[in-house]
Design a protein around this ligand. Sequence first.
Ligand SMILES: Cc1cc2nc3c(=O)[nH]c(=O)nc-3n(C[C@H](O)[C@H](O)[C@H](O)COP(=O)(O)OP(=O)(O)OC[C@H]3O[C@@H](n4cnc5c(N)ncnc54)[C@H](O)[C@@H]3O)c2cc1C
Length: 409
Amino acid sequence: MKNIDIVIVGGGMVGLTTALAIRQQTSLSVAVIDSQELHSIKEQPHLRVSAINNASKQLFTNLCVWDDICAVRSQAYSNMHVWDKDGYGHLDFDQSDIPTGSGADNLGSIIENDIIRNALWHKAEQDSGIRFIPENITSMAVGGSEVFLSFAEQPPIMAKLVIGADGANSWVRKQLDMAMTFRDYDHHAVVATVECAQGHQNTAWQVFLPSGPLAFLPLYQQNTCSIVWSLPPEQAERIKALSTDDFNKEILAASDGKLGNIRLQSERVSFPLTMRLVRDFVKDRVVLIGDAAHTIHPLAGQGVNLGLVDAAALAQTLADICVQGKALNDAQALGHFSRWRKSDASEMIVAMESIKQGFSLQQTLPKFIRGLGMSLLNNVASLKKLLLKQAMGSRSDLPKLCKVQDPLA
Ligand SMILES: Cc1cc2nc3c(=O)[nH]c(=O)nc-3n(C[C@H](O)[C@H](O)[C@H](O)COP(=O)(O)OP(=O)(O)OC[C@H]3O[C@@H](n4cnc5c(N)ncnc54)[C@H](O)[C@@H]3O)c2cc1C
């Protein structure tokens, strides 16, 4: 039976980042379990993309994968335009709003998830301390001093700590019956790639429609955007079933023509949206991170950014544990990690809920107050900077790997 210090179940963006971050800060041996193969990058952009904020960019830079990601393709955006379809409120951000000292030269970047995953995977392959197990686990038993993991083909392994980074429907979370709060957002997100006649203008666009938000995320071709259109499930089905011509007409009207004529360029795929938050990120010798621990509405593009901070925070916690010569499952250190990450995730969930609820009110008075609020935010520089700081992932309690590193330190 093979002994490994840390087993990470799930080699998605969060799991792989965790493996690299742990290896950068400790000499612990790591295994990553995931049977999902890498997807090759085609000319047509992949449908799943992420808005990567400055904290995540810094993390990838510190792990030496940012240049690899950008070498494939990514699109930085220097403006954001958010507006209320049925009201008069709007919010605009540009480079001049970037908080000083953030080290950022743009508001964020839109990157296909597969490009990020591939870059992380290839970097991890170069580290002999990271082993890949391309197979599903058949059973997991948590003992007093180890966790036993069995596979159909591979010999079993024993780990001191297991990290569940296996996504929203986490197998690890279910095995340990870890308590979780969840709520159906009653929205499905329809994603697709579209061509916009007036180009994206290096801007992330989002309109709040009575049915939910519609985002246009700029892709590497100047006239192409990835859309995320969140709607009640039956309306999402209707949007997916429209003929291409009708879809183009409907999205043109929804976007108030701000990007010019729009033409669908891909299939339309939808994802049900659910809020999830585990009561505790840690149980016995198992830690949950990323979507396995929390899922939020994509309206602010923060889900994976939150998970990447989990990855950096957990690596930092484990590095501190090693320096102090404690056991990897040290209850005090992992308890602190759990509270740290839960507080961040809870804040984000509340923020998403407030935005979603705030924009769903259609009576005259709430619409008027919403417009007033947006105008106020748009005109008060200090409030705008505060909001942008949140969106860019800047906060006081970021783990070291998510900050600009002092080359002299
Ligand atoms: C429509 C939409 C748009 C979004 N846009 C953004 C955005 O702009 N910005 C942003 O920050 N976030 C965004 N998100 C959220 C983001 O996509 C997720 O937060 C992110 O993908 C989670 O990463 P993860 O690595 O935790 O999980 P996943 O990406 O789900 O990866 C989990 C991995 O675990 C593997 N796995 C699963 N089960 C097992 C098992 N039993 N054994 C081994 N491996 C297993 C899977 O194969 C997979 O590789 C969006 C989400 C949606 C739905």
